[in-house]
Design a binder for this molecule. Sequence first.
Ligand code: ADP
Ligand code: MG
Length: 260
Amino acid sequence: MRKADYQSAPRTDSVNISMREAISSQTNAGEYIIQTQGLQRDYQIGDRTVQALRGVDLNVAPERLVALKGRSGSGKTTLLNCIGGLDRPTSGTVQVFGRDLAELGEDELALWRRHELGFVFQSFGLLPTLSAYENVDLMLRLVDVPGQERHKRTLVCIELVGLTKWMHHRPHEMSGGQQQRVGIARALANHPRLLLADEPTGELDSNTSREVLKLFQDIVAAERVTVLMSSHDPLVDKYADEVVLLKDGQITVPSNHKSS
Ligand code: ADP
Ligand code: MG
């Protein structure tokens, strides 16, 4: 979670509830959970323009594990950031849960992210002074979930990622794979419908990467969540329902491929 998420959004319950209702009412069963059309993102560096995304049309159906593959610099992070409302397109549209993100202001976006999305990071992003349990619990505190419910949900998420025995340990007492499991438990805490994961296995060895990919697969089924993850690891082909290949800011393989 970004620091901005802690700071920028108003925290009254009435705003939170109406936001969730407004967003939930937008999505009908069977529709795409993510839809981008003609998505372009240019970055200006001095008088040079870098076209990070050059017209991306991406459709992601609910409850799928979708991998975004492509070399470093192909636009994976930029695409994830545009879908997660952390960056704005230069042109084109991004719809998530049927909602055009351009309609949301910065505060609304911050609130939307906190309530509707889960983020998983390459370097885990855990708070080092908090235990696994406390890292997960914190996410629920941020959205004002009452104590008893928070405790129950935290335990469920920790168990889901297989860390019940480790829940009182701090990140530095855990392996990279275990830390990423905490990261996934934390991302799931608030029942998001969409998890965005930027290179979640980027710092893990191949056996641990397999375990984490398998965990994502299990979570899609158990929590009925959609996962969009970036990777340049060939391993993901075995685990993803769909693999989308990005090259120089464009999709080069249609997003309906399943290899296993
Ligand atoms: P990937 O995640 O696939 O490695 P990125 O989305 O990070 O790719 O980057 C795509 C392209 O956009 C690269 O050429 C990168 O240098 C450029 N880029 C990304 N973010 C910025 C930025 N904030 N400012 C300038 N250029 C950027
Ligand atoms: Mg990247």
